[in-house]
Design a protein around this ligand. Structure first.
Ligand code: GLP
Length: 241
């Protein structure tokens, strides 16, 4: 695992965008595994700036997102589909038909999950999977548990995640109690994993990711089994290591 510690959030975002831009330049039809949350917003802004400067082109890029609340409609401004359109897809020349975010309105969840996993396979896995990290060590919405699922599945969110994510909603009661998420094996289909973290509230999770034994009670610890992981975090997130 390669760890890059930056001074602050802006530097983390710039470094991450540089790495992503290299991947897009080297393989114009690359498959980007994308993530939501506060953490990658700065990286998306940097990528948009690079696109506007004519440095990168999204015309042939394909993307697939990690997770989505369930149930939620794509036009709900808290949905991850809405987030991706707002922060990236509507601002660059990506063909939206080439983007996938789990469908928060899927009626047959089991069927949806296997189709999503099949789509990931049809893409040949991702060239890079961007990850944030929950303060409880979750990746995607793979919450700490005795067992972790391999593939895309429906998950019940933990009270900690509901509380952490309530800042985006009018009240905690409005946070969906479930989500659709890629599983650990789905994430591992990436040729490269890029995990971003910023701020003191991620320090315990980053400390566990770097130092703790591998445990399903901190899903991020499994990442040390993947052959190509880069962690870019700021000094605050790294402060307990
Ligand atoms: C959310 C998402 C994750 C994200 C994490 C951190 O619940 N499901 O994909 O990485 O929590 O979010 P943030 O970057 O806002 O701290």
């Amino acid at each position: 695992m390669k760890i890059i510690v930056t001074k602050n959030y802006d530097e983390m975002s710039k470094k991450a965008a540089e790495l992503m831009a290299e991947i897009i330049k080297n393989k114009p039809d690359c498959v980007l595994g994308l993530a939501t949350g506060d953490t990658p917003i700065g990286m998306y802004n940097e990528l948009v700036a690079k696109y506007e400067a004519g440095e990168i082109d999204f015309a042939a890029v394909r993307s697939i997102n990690l997770d989505e609340y369930y149930p939620i409609s794509p036009d709900n401004d808290q949905s991850y589909r809405y987030f991706m359109n707002k922060h990236l897809f509507d601002r660059v020349n990506i063909d939206k038909a080439n983007t996938r975010v789990p469908d928060g309105t899927a009626e047959n969840v089991r069927e949806f999950c296997s189709a999503y996993e099949a789509h990931l396979d049809a893409l040949g896995g991702t060239d890079v999977q961007v990850l944030g990290i929950g303060r409880n060590g979750h990746i995607g919405f793979n919450e700490p548990d005795a067992e972790l699922e391999r593939f895309t599945h429906l998950v019940e969110l933990t009270p900690d995640t509901i509380e952490a994510n309530s800042r985006f909603f009018a009240s905690e009661a409005e946070v969906p109690k479930h989500a659709l998420t890629m599983g650990i094996h789905s994430v591992f289909k990436a040729r490269k994993i890029l995990l971003l973290a910023s701020g003191k509230n991620k320090a315990a999770a980053i400390n566990a990711l770097v130092k703790s034994n591998i445990t399903t009670s901190c899903p991020a610890t499994l990442l040390c089994l993947h052959p190509d992981v880069t962690v870019i975090c700021d000094e605050d997130a790294y402060s307990l290591v």
